[in-house]
Design a protein around this ligand. Structure first.
Ligand SMILES: C[S@@+](CC[C@H](N)C(=O)[O-])C[C@H]1O[C@@H](n2cnc3c(N)ncnc32)[C@H](O)[C@@H]1O
Ligand SMILES: [Zn+2]
Length: 279
């Protein structure tokens, strides 16, 4: 085991370093933040959110949790944990921004030595993540605003199927740090989109578009294309629709018909892009 890495957390009020005490985190200027009973810290200030409960709601979080638990995303979790950037002798500091219910960062924290920090704007998601995965640190924070994380403190920042803020990722990554982005790959959930008469392109260009948006901070250094077929049960279909808000916009009749299917063979396709500083 490597020695514990110093906490990179900052006070969201004054940006001074946050230091852990028994039941709170606090800064030198006397701003306290309770450690919730599940173990997470809420660092989201009221003016940093547009609604009372921003981000994924409880139903979406629990649907995503059940979908992950069913094993449908296991190849994604396995691919992530096996990436060479995590297989290094030294302990790494890793932020998962938009971590959701924490399955992917939780798996990484169990497979590798290091400091693992999950951030999500959804309090419910962070609650659920911190209840299960005790090796990682979990915070409620808005990844689209200033993150309460020190400059040049992280070796890896992960953003999988979540909103991205390049300027902040650039600020908090170490000079040789890696940004790992996950976007829908070609034909992701194509069969479900077809059943729901939902046309939203085939995601062929998504990875190239995402890579282009990382400029000028980062350039693509590695691309992993994951695609596999799986047969979803009725429960998995319902969870997938629940956790994917774009499907809520599909016609009620098409949605009702899909919910009646006993099973559906679908394609799951995710492209992972590793990005580094140019030069
Ligand atoms: C599609 S889910 C992906 C969750 C996780 N990365 C995964 O792959 O399972 C998107 C997540 O981004 C979170 N999110 C949305 N806006 C956010 C923001 N401004 N800051 C942090 N998280 C945000 C949502 O609450 C949700 O948990
Ligand atoms: Zn402070």
């Amino acid at each position: 085991m490597s020695p514990p890495l110093p906490s990179p957390l900052l006070c969201p009020v004054c940006s001074a370093p946050l230091v852990a005490a028994e039941k709170t985190y606090g800064c030198a200027n006397g701003h306290p933040f309770n450690i919730a009973k599940e173990g997470y810290i809420n660092l989201l200030l009221s003016h940093q959110r547009k609604s009372k409960n921003p981000g994924d709601d409880a139903d979406m979080v629990m649907a995503r949790r059940r979908f992950f638990d069913s094993g449908a995303f296991a190849p994604l979790s396995n691919l992530l944990c096996g990436l060479a950037i995590f297989n290094r002798p030294e302990a790494l500091s890793v932020l998962d921004c938009g971590c959701g219910e924490g399955h992917l960062l939780g798996a990484l924290s169990e497979a590798h030595d290091g400091f693992f920090l999950g951030a999500d704007i959804s309090k419910k998601a962070v609650q659920v993540a911190s209840r299960r995965h005790k090796q990682a640190t979990w915070i409620v924070a808005n990844g689209m605003r200033e993150l309460p994380i020190a400059d040049a403190s992280m070796d890896v920042v992960i953003s999988i199927l979540a909103p991205r803020n390049m300027a902040e990722f650039n600020r908090i990554l170490k000079p040789d740090g890696t940004l790992l982005i996950g976007v829908p790959g070609p034909n992701h959930l194509a069969e479900l989109r077809q059943q729901l008469q939902f046309s939203s392109g085939d995601f062929k260009e998504k990875a190239d578009e995402a890579a282009a948006k990382c400029a000028p901070y980062f350039i693509e250094t590695q691309r992993e294309q994951l695609a596999y077929g799986t047969v979803l049960s009725r429960e998995q279909i319902a969870d997938l629709i629940q956790m994917t808000p774009i499907f809520w916009r599909s016609g009620p009749e098409a949605k009702a018909a899909v919910m009646q299917l006993d099973e559906l063979a679908i394609t799951i396709s995710v492209t992972l892009l590793a990005m580094n500083r140019p030069g």
